[in-house]
Design a protein around this ligand. Structure first.
Ligand code: GLY
Ligand code: MN
Length: 360
């Protein structure tokens, strides 16, 4: 039996009293992986005080049995949600929680119909996500490795930045290098934005070719041993004009201020404010159009959110990105992003490469 995973399920069940549940339906693959180790992408996990059952289809039965311990694995008959409803009807569950943001209306209807009147359904918000925020020592080892690999891929992408290269060529090479070095893939679609396109915070790589005197924003992350990294660097292809240097310094100062604000117990909204105040002080606040960061782990965007007014407090075990940026239509954009782990009495920046402006 994998005791770490059994402990996670135990911690989840401890929340059932306050949530007035006697079982929880887990329908999100990252959540069931966290609780059981199952890496298949179709299934439904029922966690109850009496035990845990994974319901999946014939393609995944052997895999589920090989990957999990201490849980029952059952093969669905008919549709997944009908089978899950029937399983719950046959169990002693009276009050079953489900993630309101994960279950579709038609899935909910199938569950209710198959489970019958005896089963009460309760929408819940993120009981597994809140466990996942607290990374344990083993998860942190994986996240350090993912962050270091992302940094290496970033550094090795710099020589690709030559006049005439297309954004999608750079993105393709970056993602090839990730896989070649052991990543199971990119944590999200790699962002490569040249020139004015750097003003799009989530630019998708296009056929645009790099020209002299343009911004280059590279935002990339790997999935390595299931864990994600997320790093952004902004380069200048040519000698950066003075105003670009000033903008870059403002974003860098904003990032330094936000990283300095990160600590066990701080309000997430205060970390966001630390970055925002620096940019506002430079008259650049209106160009900072997104939040300062987000949690990172099995998925690239997790809780907690480092955003304006967030009342959640950072805790030891959280891993978050700190990524202030400015985006000026018709001109370009600058973002600097690193991954930071919160420990009880210190922080640890997991992404280790230089944050200074690099002119190529
Ligand atoms: N680096 C991609 C994102 O945070 O959305
Ligand atoms: Mn990010």
């Amino acid at each position: 039996m994998n005791t770490a995973l059994a402990e996670r399920r135990g911690r989840l069940v401890q929340k059932f009293g306050a949530l007035q549940l006697d079982s929880l339906l887990v329908t999100h693959p990252a959540d069931w992986y966290y609780l059981t180790g199952f890496t298949g992408d179709s299934g439904a996990l029922v966690v109850s005080r009496r035990g845990t059952t994974l319901i999946t289809d014939g393609r995944f039965i052997g895999q589920a049995k090989a990957e999990t311990t201490g849980i029952a694995v059952a093969q669905q008959k008919g549709s997944l949600f009908e089978s899950t409803g029937e399983f719950l009807a046959g169990s002693k569950a009276r009050s079953t929680g489900f993630e309101a943001t994960q279950v579709s209306v038609s899935q909910y209807q199938a569950l209710r119909k198959a489970a019958g009147r005896g089963c009460k359904w309760k929408p819940v918000a993120g009981p597994v996500a809140s466990l996942r925020m607290q990374k344990d020592a083993r998860e942190l080892v994986a996240m350090r490795r993912a962050a270091i690999l992302a940094g290496r891929v970033m550094e090795d992408a710099i020589p690709l930045l030559k006049a005439g290269v297309r954004e999608f060529e750079v993105a393709a090479e970056i993602e090839y290098q990730m896989r070649k070095r052991g990543a199971s893939g990119p944590a999200f679609e790699t962002i490569v934005a040249f020139g004015e396109r750097a003003a799009l915070p989530h630019a998708r790589p296009t056929a645009k070719r790099l020209k002299k005197n343009e911004f280059v924003v590279l935002d990339l992350g790997v999935i390595l041993a299931h864990y994600c990294s997320d790093i952004t660097r902004t380069f200048y292809y040519g000698k950066a004009p003075e105003r670009v240097r000033q903008w870059y310094k403002a974003v860098q100062d904003a990032q330094v201020a936000a990283i300095a604000a990160v600590k066990n117990g701080v309000l997430c909204g205060d970390v966001d404010a630390a970055a925002r105040q620096v940019l506002e002080g430079q008259g650049l606040g209106k160009y900072f159009v997104h939040s300062t960061g987000h949690g990172l782990g099995l998925e690239v965007h997790e809780d907690p959110r480092i955003a304006r007014g967030q009342k959640k407090r950072l805790e030891a075990g959280n891993v978050v990105t700190i990524e202030p940026g400015i985006y000026i239509d018709g001109v370009g954009g600058i973002r600097i992003e690193d991954d930071v782990a919160v420990h009880a009495d210190r922080i640890e920046v997991l992404t280790r490469i230089s944050r200074d402006l690099i002119e190529i």
